[in-house]
Design a protein around this ligand. Structure first.
Ligand code: APR
Length: 167
């Protein structure tokens, strides 16, 4: 069975063990998928996030999911794109890797990623997709507990990019 699945839709509705949030360093919510996840989870998510004391770029922290359909939310902080000379590629790979590691530490079986950094943070979508797929494949090669990994794309552009790269 293919462990990597492309899915187009709203990540807040996914019945997986963990969904990943494209958060900012404050972990206090925002717009985009961060806003959607906090709206769907309810105010208790923000209460828990307030206790986490933020998160560095490239790293991730895990919380409960409250009213969401999933069990956990992994808040990953991707890099803002400043043109590619600011270690953005490594920071994006690190955000995916650290999210996967948190899921593996809890022996989770399924996880869904949004297209981290490709919205407000303006990371080029195709490059981000290449980094995401390469990082995930390398991790899945050495990690067994994760049985299904969903790339949850929201817009058609990202769907086409991932469909092309994954086929
Ligand atoms: N489900 C899945 N994907 C979504 C959803 C949703 N409900 N809503 C938006 N997206 C997609 C966007 O279309 C984009 O492809 O998530 C991707 C990431 O875009 P952003 O949410 O803008 O995240 P990012 O570019 O990483 O910027 C993070 O934005 O919302 C703020 O607080 C957040 O400051 C942080 C910054």
């Amino acid at each position: 069975m293919e462990r990597i699945v492309l899915y187009q839709g709203d990540i807040t509705e996914m019945h997986v063990d963990a969904i990943v949030n494209a958060a900012n360093k404050s972990l206090l919510g925002g717009g985009g998928v961060d806003g959607a996840i906090h709206r769907a989870a309810g105010p208790k998510l923000l209460d828990e996030c307030k206790k986490l004391d933020g998160c560095e770029t490239g790293k991730a922290k895990i919380t409960e999911a409250y009213r969401l359909a999933c069990r956990y939310v992994i808040h990953a902080v991707g890099p803002v794109w400043y043109g590619g000379k600011n270690n953005e590629e490594e920071m994006l790979a690190s955000a995916y890797r650290n999210s996967l590691q948190l899921a593996a530490d809890k022996k989770l079986e399924s996880i869904a990623f949004p297209n981290i950094s490709t919205g407000v943070y303006r990371f080029p979508k195709k490059l981000a997709a290449e980094i995401a797929i390469k990082t995930v494949r390398a991790f899945l090669d050495k990690e067994s507990s994760l049985e299904q990994l969903f790339f949850c794309v929201f817009d058609d552009e990202n769907f086409e990019i991932y469909e092309g790269l994954l086929s």
